[in-house]
Design a protein around this ligand. Structure first.
Ligand code: GDP
Length: 426
């Protein structure tokens, strides 16, 4: 059976921790979209890790970590991360890389930088990892699959063709040095040496694993609101962040995805530009940022301070719905323990009307938050393992959110560690 772990919001909900935790009982963990542009922070027996491309299941002996065809695979970054994990004492993870995964090319990263420079103040807040140029090329059908590394003649010819078109842009739009296909070819031959031992037909591998009754986890990156179709377009990422895309980005039957665990953070944070209705500012935001996550709310990949806000029931209800949520994992609840009172965004006021349905981007830009203030619990809830043992106001907060979003909260995370989890039977 397949379970997906995905985000309800803007990313950074704590998917890495939930995946790491659920991986104890899984056989295979698959990344199915995205690239090295976002990261997961994981705290476990080996220490604290920021993973960008490795699936969050790499810390166990019994799991196989898989890069699905939907991923933007940056080969040098992937192996750098792999080596770092091993150097820090984690047993060499078993990894498989889809022969259909496409590679982030050295020029994708350059184009990302050049485009951000060109757009200057009007940029999309890219992390400059080459992800947007990568997916543009994929859908323009000039991307390179891992399997193409193994036909050198065809690869060379295609590189010459692709460089011709790229060089027109470099010369006339960006005024930057031109690409040399021979140099890129040499670099790709290095990539080939690195990936060769791990390349496999992932879709077939997963099909057989399912027949053998293996448990598979699909690990999403970012969250619903960054989905290119259902998110806050154009301030979105370039590949679908939804569990449904797991079927495509891993190559598995959609009907096998039986559980969709949507990770929702007990307050809001976002990176990059875009409407963020429940955003807070000033000292109030600074304090939540400092206390947030595990050591503050700063991007795992970029180190950028995250934008902060109160929990947004409108965005989260929508985020859970578009994921097809079966279970909500409600995370980082412990962080709110310092507050006497906790505002929650329960509606949006748009042109004088109040709605609880998440609108399209143009309307979202006009939305003002409708806040309801709940009493805080004002104590530390770390270490509590039973739902009944949580302070009453804390349970009320959970139940209030659950009622507003309309999906069952079956897991509550009250600390960054693997065992900081409270299960609720629903
Ligand atoms: P992801 O991209 O969804 O995996 O999220 P990130 O790893 O970027 O951000 C989550 C941050 O919160 C990390 O620093 C985690 O260690 C931390 N974290 C996860 N769950 C909890 C929790 O329940 N409590 C606290 N205090 N920190 C948590």
């Amino acid at each position: 059976m397949i379970k997906a772990v995905v985000g309800a919001n803007w990313g950074d909900e704590g998917k890495g921790k939930i995946t790491d935790m659920l991986a104890q009982e899984a056989d295979i963990i698959v990344r199915f979209q995205g690239g090295a542009n976002a990261g997961h922070t994981i705290v476990n027996d080996y220490g604290k890790f920021a993973l960008h491309t490795l699936p969050s299941g790499v810390f166990y002996d019994h799991t196989t970590s898989v890069i699905g065809n939907g991923v933007a695979l940056n080969i040098p970054v992937f192996f750098k991360e792999y080596n770092e994990v091993v150097e820090r004492g984690v047993p060499a993870p078993k990894i498989l890389i889809s022969d259909r995964a496409q590679m982030v090319m050295p020029y994708h990263i350059l184009f990302d930088q050049y485009e951000e420079e060109r757009l200057a103040g009007k940029s999309f807040g890219s992390t400059k990892s080459g992800i947007a140029p990568f997916y543009s090329d994929k859908y323009a059908k000039i991307g390179f699959q891992v399997s193409e590394l193994f036909d050198e003649k065809a690869l060379k010819e295609k590189l010459i063709r692709v460089c011709e078109t790229k060089n027109v842009l470099l010369e006339h739009l960006y005024h930057k040095p031109l690409l040399n296909p021979d140099e890129i070819f040499e670099e790709l031959m290095e990539y080939k040496k690195m990936v060769a031992p791990y390349v496999c037909d992932v879709s077939l591998y997963l099909w057989n694993a399912l027949k053998e009754g293996k448990e598979i986890l699909l690990e999403g990156q970012l969250g619903s609101l960054k989905d290119p179709d259902h998110g806050i377009y154009p301030m979105v990422t370039s590949s679908s962040t939804l569990a449904a895309y797991g079927a495509i980005g891993a190559g598995v039957p959609p009907y096998e995805i039986k559980k969709i665990i949507t990770v929702c953070k007990a307050y809001s944070s976002a990176v990059g530009a875009g409407a963020f209705v429940s955003e807070i500012f000033g000292e109030e935001a600074d304090e939540l940022r400092r206390r947030g996550g595990d050591g503050g709310e700063y991007g795992a990949t970029t180190g950028r301070p995250r934008r902060m806000g109160w929990f947004d029931c409108v965005a989260s209800k929508y985020g859970c719905r578009v994921q097809g949520t079966t279970d909500v994992a409600f995370t980082v609840l412990d962080v709110l323990g310092y507050l006497e009172e906790i505002p929650v965004c329960v509606g949006y006021e748009i042109d004088g009307e109040i709605t609880t349905e998440f609108p399209t981007t143009a309307l979202l830009e006009k939305a003002k938050p409708v806040l309801e203030v709940l009493p805080g619990w004002n104590c530390d809830i770390r270490g509590i393992t039973k739902y009944e043992d949580l302070p009453e106001n804390c349970r009320k907060y959970v139940e209030f959110v659950e009622e507003k979003i309309g999906f069952p909260i079956t897991m509550i995370s009250n600390g960054p560690g693997r065992n900081d989890i409270i299960y609720r039977n629903k």
